[in-house]
Write a protein that binds this ligand. Sequence first.
Ligand SMILES: Cc1cc2nc3c(=O)[nH]c(=O)nc-3n(C[C@H](O)[C@H](O)[C@H](O)COP(=O)(O)OP(=O)(O)OC[C@H]3O[C@@H](n4cnc5c(N)ncnc54)[C@H](O)[C@@H]3O)c2cc1C
Length: 417
Amino acid sequence: MTRDNGSVVIIGGGVIGVASAWYLARRGWKVTVVDRQRIGGACSHGNCGLVCPSHVLPLTEPGAFGSAVKALLTPGSPFRIKPRPDPALWSWLWQFARRCNQKSMVQAAHAIQALLTSGMREYQYLTETEQVECEWQAKGLLLTYRTERELERYESTNRLLTDHFGEPARRLTAEQTVGLEPALKESVAGSWFYEHDAHLRPDKLLQSLRSQLEHQGTEFVEDCEFSQITGMGSSASGIETSRGSLSADAFLFASGAWTPMLSRHLGCPIPIQPGKGYSITMPHPTVCPAIPIIFPEHRVAVTPMQTGYRLGSIMEFSGYDESITPNRLQLLRSGAKHYLRVPYCEPEVETWYGWRPMTFDSLPIIDRSPRWGNVWIATGHNMLGLSMAPSTGRLVSELLSETTPHLDPAPYRVSRF
Ligand SMILES: Cc1cc2nc3c(=O)[nH]c(=O)nc-3n(C[C@H](O)[C@H](O)[C@H](O)COP(=O)(O)OP(=O)(O)OC[C@H]3O[C@@H](n4cnc5c(N)ncnc54)[C@H](O)[C@@H]3O)c2cc1C
């Protein structure tokens, strides 16, 4: 059975909401996207733009909790927890710690990989066939190390990714690294190169999807905050917003890091913590890398986009804190300095933060609300929402349309909490 001609209101106009709108509209749904602020203005705006099928492993690696504790005690670490008496945060951390073992890691990794692999295929289709313009470049991704010891340590991860997930990286010596990417200093120890990763400019992606959708009749409503679901029994008939009521046949909550605040409306716990990250966007430095690079020892990512250059990263659990602290941004500049001949330049066009929607098992929630038969949830994409957006959008459209999903939705069910 298919059900493609209904109407749907999507709450949240980030990359997950807009990608879902795109796939639902393609199936014939009449779509309205509402956002409490600007469409594409939150976490989906200034992220690093990496589309990385290589990032299969969840954060819950064996030993990750210990490393996190060590990082907390290290001054100037890019990882920070703002201590506060917040039971939801401590419960989240406890659940995270419980999953830092090989079995949970490999199980989660398979579910992550399904969305990443499909996401990459969908991006290729969107950029090559559907003319979605987003500065798409398929140049791979370098993990570049400063010390031989850390470069060598990645060998076991590479073996795991090769043997269990068919995702091998090519190991490069210092000379090969600089030969491939001359913007790097000769003092680097070497790299692991994922040749099949890609990158794009996130704000351009959102603009392009939005303008295609508007052209075909999708409505976008900004400054429109959801407040309540209305309906009878288990069937929702409408939502109340700061700009009035909206009715539809179905509703999708793609409200990112804000979704826990809506859990009483959805009828289920949404154990998401905002994982704050930062970025700085500027013009190309005089010696600009051609390939995106992550420096795992300093946890900084560098993305050379066609119309800009971005340094990004950092993970802070500081609640819904809206401040941008200069010393956090300085960590990005000083981290990149160790590796790049010209790590940054003036003027800084934008300094930015975003709240990643972090679940403790590193998996998103893509499921129906247990309270309402026609209310759906797509959130919790952690550090990979951009990479997983088209596969999530496609899966959401299949679930709402009651057609066979292109990948198994079971790992993303909300009942796992
Ligand atoms: C520094 C940094 C770098 C990153 N780099 C990458 C990367 O390279 N690759 C990658 O794949 N991912 C990356 N990510 C992660 C990625 O950005 C996120 O996973 C993704 O943007 C989440 O998208 P979203 O649509 O769920 O959330 P958002 O983009 O935050 O959108 C949610 C929207 O819901 C709206 N909303 C919330 N509540 C309501 C309400 N009550 N009513 C109406 N609207 C509401 C919000 O205003 C917001 O616009 C990065 C993140 C950060 C912070």
